[in-house]
Ligand binder design. Structure first.
Ligand code: SF4
Length: 312
């Protein structure tokens, strides 16, 4: 319920979480004969019931990364059973206002120190949300007293009609400690990206696509992963996590292996319309209205052809 959540209120929901099929996933990874870095992010990864068992299996061969609010009771078991050398890092999202509101700050701190003392590479990161500006020092001090260094990442979104991170003043950048961030990297339109080549985004049902902006399939974690043999040029105006910044190692590797020659231009338009229409159809319309709209679409020859070609 953080004010700065990247999802609008209307799109936030508690989805059912279910076990990940560990043996099927292991088969897929083994068949592809690569070593992976698997980043768990969310929502909250620890809501997956068999997350710790999954991590035990994955870390036998692969590496993992966690982006978690660190308040789950499973963190203790995770810290005790997982080899810290196989966890590249843990981003412990410190949503300070919500932690206070829900009386979970002490649990966050205990779990953080537990992981730190077990040797995990763990960072406490809060979002540099403009309304927090006046309390930055207070919260940094409060957390530091417990032995944790709190840092901030840029807020991406609107606040009081202004778009961030563009609207930070120099003073605000300094207060949040964001001087090192290269905000230009969040505008990657037309630049090379290695999604599809050696990075993919996995959804809860196991489907793998290029990234949040490109909904083209790379397979499914239970059936097989089919990476492409080219880089692409980013079709998106703005990206929260451009891969060259998020995983510089894999980006450099892709460039050195295939270079920029023949990079593919992805057209975002079709995907955007498709996704928008899907959300509209399945999320906001009642069953009867949805039925009626589909009937109207199916009566039209052009739309019928389009639906059969691209959706069915
Ligand atoms: S939106 Fe981000 S992840 Fe997707 S292609 Fe562009 S830079 Fe890469």
């Amino acid at each position: 319920m953080c004010d700065y959540c990247i999802l609008e209120n209307a799109s936030r929901h508690i989805s059912n979480t279910y076990n990940i099929n560990i043996s099927a996933l292991k088969n897929t990874l083994n068949n592809s004969n690569k070593i992976y870095r698997i980043d768990f992010t969310g929502g909250e990864p620890f809501l997956v019931p068999n997350m710790v068992e999954l991590c035990i299996e994955l870390t036998k061969k692969h590496f993992i990364v966690f982006n978690t609010n660190l308040t789950s009771k499973k963190v203790k078991e995770f810290a005790e059973k997982i080899n810290p050398e196989r966890v590249s890092f843990i981003i412990a999202s410190c949503h300070i206002k919500e932690l206070e509101r829900l009386n979970l700050l002490s649990r966050y701190i205990d779990n953080f120190l537990l992981c730190k003392n077990r040797g995990f590479n763990i960072w406490a990161i809060e979002v540099g949300y403009p309304p927090l500006l006046k309390e930055v020092d207070k919260y940094k001090k409060k957390i530091l007293e417990k032995g944790i260094y709190l840092t901030f990442c840029p807020y991406m979104g609107r606040y009081k009609g202004k778009f961030y991170p563009d609207s930070y003043s120099e003073k605000e950048v300094k207060i949040f400690g964001l001087e090192e961030f290269n905000f230009n990297q969040h505008y990657p339109h037309g630049q090379f990206c290695n999604v599809g080549y050696n990075v993919g985004l996995v959804k809860q049902n196991g489907d793998i696509s290029y990234c949040i902006a490109i909904n083209k399939s790379l397979g499914n974690i239970y059936e097989g992963i089919k990476f492409k043999d080219k880089l692409i040029r980013c079709p998106s105006k703005f990206c929260n996590c451009p891969v060259n910044m998020n995983d510089p190692y894999l980006f450099r590797k892709a460039i050195s292996e295939v270079g920029s020659y023949d990079a593919e231009w992805i057209q975002p338009f079709k995907n955007t319309i498709k996704d928008f229409t899907k959300i509209l159809l399945y999320k906001y319309l009642t069953d009867n209205t949805r039925k009626l709209l589909i009937e109207i679409f199916m009566r039209n020859k052009f739309f019928r052809k389009y639906l059969f070609k691209h959706w069915i």
